[in-house]
Design a protein around this ligand. Structure first.
Ligand code: CTP
Length: 402
């Protein structure tokens, strides 16, 4: 997805630099070329040999070597890239950037460039929270620098809080989104997918036959049109798409929490086959046969309806909410009623009765139902349903923008 893109990678001096080799490997796997620029402090954490071996290019470290060679080496270096990426962006590098210092090769390149700059900050939570860093961050934002993260979490220094560098997958995804083209560039779309698992005891659960194939294909198709996709999936049997944010959950309740946290979104597509009930009397220890001949009795509680909850939110309701309806009979009438009951804009209805082979299969035959009526699509591969649906979503969102 990054084929032919040239990344100027500035490696700052922080413990998070240990993630840089993995990042370089991922960028190259996506087809990008990486020109590494290692700061003096960065070289304390990763060796030039590791970096050059993985990047397949020479590591640039010294401002004066370059200028001696070509007089304007740093200018060329800063312009040859399609984007400059600073990973990890330390408090020191951010301060230099915010005040326009050019005291070493990295800061000079950042000042000399005419390209977009993206940074992934990483530092101790107190350094991150310090008014000086926050002031520099605001300045960098105002200067048009793209900021990825930082995340909350445990830190190498033993503290907990904001300042942990985003994972390489998130950084790659931000780059893919930056270079993406298509009608959904700049849009955030949320997709739920797969079954949920509702525990009976620590080793047993209630599930359903959903493979996650249709939701996965939809997420990939939306991504291909340029959307930033958050993909919230239960334990599916197909792998999630690449270059989307994947959030894995087990239960309906977990899925609802993940969806709520991922808002706001421009559109939300609820393709998951969520369990309608969970076991109220789930055991915390494995249930054993006790030889008495007495069978366990499971009690159920209704799960929250994720689609209805989001569709009926008073704040943060995505402008387009799309539900699915898995039906085994009277598909159109049940799905039409479901659309109204749940409060979503469109319902994608499909007949999942056993003879159709749709649930867990590779093809689907859907009917799209909105406030104006229904549109029957012929049976086709799930990937094609996904492409058509993604195009319809893109057309709707771009029309709404006009
Ligand atoms: N859904 C949801 N949360 C639930 C149940 C369903 O978000 N707890 C969503 C599904 O992702 C799908 C839609 O609601 O988009 C309809 O799912 P479906 O299983 O067809 O409907 P049910 O709500 O289970 O209704 P019924 O039992 O009447 O078939």
């Amino acid at each position: 997805m990054l084929t032919g893109k040239r990344i100027g990678l500035i490696i700052g001096g922080g413990i998070a630099a240990f993630k840089v080799p993995e990042l370089i490997r991922m960028l190259r796997a996506q087809g990008a070329s990486v020109t590494p620029i290692l700061t003096r402090a960065g070289a304390q954490f990763v060796t030039p040999l590791t970096i050059s071996s993985l990047a397949g290019e020479q590591v640039h470290q010294d401002l004066f070597d370059l200028t001696r060679e070509t007089e304007i080496g740093h200018i060329q270096l800063s312009r040859a890239a399609d984007i400059l990426l600073v990973v990890p962006a330390t408090a020191d590098l951010m301060a230099k950037m915010a005040s326009g210092l050019a005291s070493d090769l990295a800061s000079t390149l950042l000042l000399a460039t005419d390209k977009k700059v993206m940074i992934a900050p990483a530092m101790n939570v107190r350094m991150w929270d310090h008014p000086a860093t926050q002031r520099n961050l605001a300045q960098l934002r105002a200067d048009g620098v793209l900021i990825i993260g930082p995340d909350q979490g445990d830190m190498a220094c033993g503290e907990f809080g904001a300042g942990r560098m985003s994972e390489p997958t998130t950084i790659v995804q931000a780059l893919v989104a930056f270079f993406a083209q298509g009608p959904l560039v700049g849009k955030h779309v949320l997709v739920t997918s797969g079954p949920t698992h509702e525990p009976i005891d620590p080793v047993r659960y209630i599930a359903n036959r959903s493979s996650g194939a249709q939701g996965t294909a939809i997420a990939a198709a939306l991504r291909d049109l340029g959307a930033r996709v958050t993909f919230i999936t239960g334990p599916a049997s197909v792998p999630p798409p690449e270059n989307v944010t994947v959030i894995r959950v087990q239960t309906a309740q977990d899925m609802l929490n993940a969806v709520t946290q991922a808002l706001p979104a421009d559109a939300a597509i609820f393709a998951a086959a969520v369990a309608d009930w969970r076991v109220t009397n789930a055991a915390t220890r494995k249930m054993k046969k006790d030889g008495s001949g007495q069978m366990p009795v499971l009690e159920f509680t209704e799960n929250p309806d994720i689609l209805a909850t989001v569709a009926q939110r008073s704040t943060d309701r995505p402008p387009l909410v799309v539900g699915f309806a898995a039906e085994t009979h009277d598909v159109d009438s049940h799905a039409t009623a479901k659309r109204v009951r749940k409060g979503c804009d469109w319902i994608v209805a499909n007949d999942v009765s056993p003879g159709t082979g749709i649930m867990g299969g590779t093809e689907n035959a859907v009917t799209i139902i909105d406030a104006n009526g229904s549109d029957h699509w012929p049976r086709m591969p799930k990937a094609q349903v996904a492409t058509q649906l993604a195009r319809k979503i893109a057309a709707h969102l771009t029309k709404a923008d006009q």
